[in-house]
Design a protein around this ligand. Structure first.
Ligand code: SF4
Length: 345
């Protein structure tokens, strides 16, 4: 859901709208922290979007001004139609075509090359630990870390851009600085997200084992930001996801998806497998709540609040009004590079 800079034209930091399409729910991993309910993840062809529905969503999204076709699941590399869907997005003219994946299948170089040849130029993969021991345990697949890092190499050698998501939980949050070092050092990634957990689906079910509070995570975030500053790592987008400015006010400028779009038409369309449509930020706002004291916070006019799922697990005490904006931590996102393809084919 991260925003992207424009391919050409005025402000290189201005975001480009995503057309977010959930193509399936089934998955070949067994992540214990998944935000989907367990039943959704089982193999089931009825939980896959037909090609005609994906096509309709892509045309509609483009007509609404979206320029990044963003395909998510489940695990979308399980779909036989995926190369065909990507080809259509390229034909329509999307300058960015983003594939979100756990990376298991992308360890096959020939398959990754096929997706790149079809038109995919951004791959957003998920890393959940700095080592095999932690990553494989969390995703429930032996050998997953080795396959993920092979996928990283395949994407880079294929000439596409590698983006990485890191979702925090009790098992990995202390390893965050190491994970960022791995991603930004060995793999040179500049578009990455550090995601605070959404306490829904499997993550809610397993919260007894996996829960981590904002208060526990923030010291490791601060260490990570300090590392990035010292190492000269400037991210290409706002890297902190599912945080509120009051959690770490000096890093509010590095947070995404906490503030509502200034105009309703800037919200991003979201297409579900079953055919319903929604809008990304509207969905986020519906699952968020605020404290009465939020009315005193300097971020209140634009802040969507915190997830009610979090409040169900930890309560609301950690969300206290910020009365004055602090000096921003001295680390600022870079403008994105231009994509290889500037327009339609
Ligand atoms: S408005 Fe409330 S939730 Fe948002 S940053 Fe301020 S205190 Fe936190």
């Amino acid at each position: 859901m991260a925003t992207r800079a424009r391919p050409s034209g005025a402000d290189p930091r201005a975001p480009v709208k995503n057309c977010e399409i959930i193509l399936n729910y089934d998955c070949n991993a067994r992540c214990v922290f998944c935000y989907q309910p367990e039943d959704d993840l089982k193999p089931c062809s009825e939980k896959r979007m037909p090609f005609a529905a994906a096509s309709k969503a892509l045309y509609q999204g483009y007509a609404r001004g979206c320029r990044c076709a963003y395909f998510i699941g489940g695990e979308i590399t399980l779909l036989p139609d995926l190369p065909k869907i990507i080809k259509l997005a390229a034909k329509i003219g999307y300058p960015w075509i983003q594939v979100m994946s756990n990376g298991l299948r992308l360890a096959e170089k020939a398959y990754t090359d096929d997706l790149i040849a079809a038109g995919a130029n951004l791959f957003r993969l998920s890393l959940h630990g700095p080592s095999e021991k932690i990553h494989d345990r969390l995703v429930g697949v032996p050998g997953a870390f080795a396959r993920l890092t092979a996928a990283f190499d395949n994407i880079k050698s294929g000439g596409a851009e590698l983006c990485v998501n890191m979702a925090l939980n009790k098992v990995n949050y202390r390893s965050l600085p190491e994970m960022v070092k791995l991603v930004t050092g060995r793999f040179g990634v500049r578009d990455f997200n550090i995601i605070f957990p959404h306490y829904s689906g499997m993550m809610a079910k397993n919260s007894g084992l996996l829960k981590v509070s904002v208060g526990q995570a923030v010291p490791y975030l601060r260490r990570t930001l300090a590392y990035m500053k010292k190492a000269g790592v400037r991210p290409e987008s706002r890297v902190l996801i599912n945080f509120c400015p009051c959690n770490i006010p000096e890093a509010a400028h590095l947070m995404a998806e906490w503030d509502r779009p200034s105009r309703p038409e800037d919200d991003e369309p979201l297409y579900y497998v079953e055919g319903q449509t929604d809008a990304v930020y509207s969905v986020k706002e519906r699952i968020r709540v605020k404290n009465p004291s939020c009315s005193r916070c300097v971020y209140d006019p634009v802040c969507m609040g915190f997830e009610k799922w979090y409040a169900d697990v930890f309560g609301r005490r950690e969300f206290r009004p910020v009365l004055k904006k602090p000096e921003p931590f001295p680390l600022f996102p870079l403008p994105r590079r231009k994509p290889a393809r500037e327009g339609g084919r």
